[in-house]
Design a protein around this ligand. Structure first.
Ligand SMILES: *Cc1c(COP(=O)(O)O)cnc(C)c1O
Length: 334
């Protein structure tokens, strides 16, 4: 495996810190919790999409694209980071926002990531929840081509094999940091959605032979679907790197018991997780992904699931989305 063989644009702030979480560790009575700060990747607020975008932009620039086309939910962190990458490289950005949560609240539809998307000059269009988003992407790309532009289409979450290379790189970076510190990692926990982050980690850890299990906490799909999506993409990513045989089905594990009412819908346990992380370690999580991931981690820790392990929680970012949920959060902070 040799990542330098792939075109890559360099803008992420790397390596991101690997830090202990003494407050949360104490509050939960263990496991020994650490956090990999991928909320600090630096691109207009950062988050996990920034690592994927380094490889996706590498390909887009190679193809002389002048317009990035992508999609996401209204409060998508992926969209914000893609809009930022486009701004940084002087490209246009066409965005399709899916009204996936059904929320019409002003903070959800106008603040948080949406405000930042508009600030950075994105062209946004909204479609109803349940729309065939891949068909919409193709339609918008065709419009760009018809007006003489050169589109580069980035799938939802930047989750294809090229994007997942960013998390192969993260796996290598994390293991190197732990080795340098003499820290033995027993498990990595991450929120898992469009699958690229989880798949890239699984592929990267498999290719370096690290034998560190990854637990994905699902935010949308049921377990069978999520594991199948992640496994398929991990195999594709390993294939791109020339070692598809190294990734086995057992390496992909997702727990989707913490989705609650659905994607982007929060509940009391999510708010408790947001508060506990903020008040124990000044860690700002997000309502859609890391808040749900932490909801799962807290519940599993309290039920003795991790015992005496050292667990690294991957902070995938998204705190900008908190402002899209102001109305749902502010009465619960007392
Ligand atoms: C997109 C996102 C995730 C999920 O990553 P996937 O690669 O889509 O599975 C997790 N956390 C945050 C904050 C995100 O924006």
């Amino acid at each position: 495996m040799h990542l330098a063989r792939f075109p890559r644009a360099r803008f992420a702030h790397l390596p991101t810190p690997l830090e202990p979480l003494p407050g949360l560790t104490k509050a939960l009575g263990g496991p020994d919790l650490w956090v990999k700060r991928d909320d600090c990747t630096g691109l207009a607020g950062g988050g996990n999409k920034t690592r994927k975008l380094e490889f996706l932009l590498g390909e887009a620039l190679d193809q002389d694209a002048d317009t990035l086309v992508t999609q996401g939910a209204v409060q998508s962190n992926h969209v914000r980071q893609t809009v930022a990458a486009a701004a940084r490289y002087g490209m246009a950005c066409e965005v399709i926002l899916e009204e996936r949560t059904g929320s019409k609240a002003t903070d959800y539809t106008r603040s948080g990531n949406v405000l930042l998307d508009r600030l950075m000059g994105a062209k946004l269009r909204n479609v109803p929840g349940g729309t065939d988003m891949n068909a919409e992407l193709a339609k918008v790309a065709a419009e760009v081509t018809a007006r003489g532009g050169k589109p580069y289409v980035i799938p939802g979450g930047g989750s294809n094999a090229v994007g997942a290379l960013g998390y192969v790189d993260c796996a290598i970076e994390l293991v190197r940091q732990a080795d340098d510190m003499g820290l033995v990692i027993d498990r990595i926990v991450t929120a898992t959605g469009s699958a690229g982050t989880h798949a890239g980690l699984v592929a990267g850890l498999a290719l370096i032979g690290a034998d560190i299990p990854v637990l994905g906490i699902g935010v949308r799909a049921p377990k069978e679907t999520q594991e199948a999506n992640v496994h398929k993409l991990a195999v594709e990513t390993a294939r791109l790197l020339g070692h598809e045989d190294r990734v086995t089905r057992e390496m992909t594990v997702a727990n989707c018991d913490y989705v609650g009412a659905g994607y982007g819908l929060i509940d009391e346990a999510v708010i408790e997780a947001l508060k506990l992380a903020a008040r124990s370690d000044a860690l700002l999580l997000d309502p859609v992904y890391t808040g749900k991931g932490m909801k799962g981690l807290i519940d599993l820790a309290r039920s003795g699931h991790f015992r005496d392990e050292t667990v690294v929680f991957l902070h995938t970012g998204g705190a900008q989305g908190l402002f899209g949920y102001q109305g749902e959060l502010e009465d619960h902070l007392g």
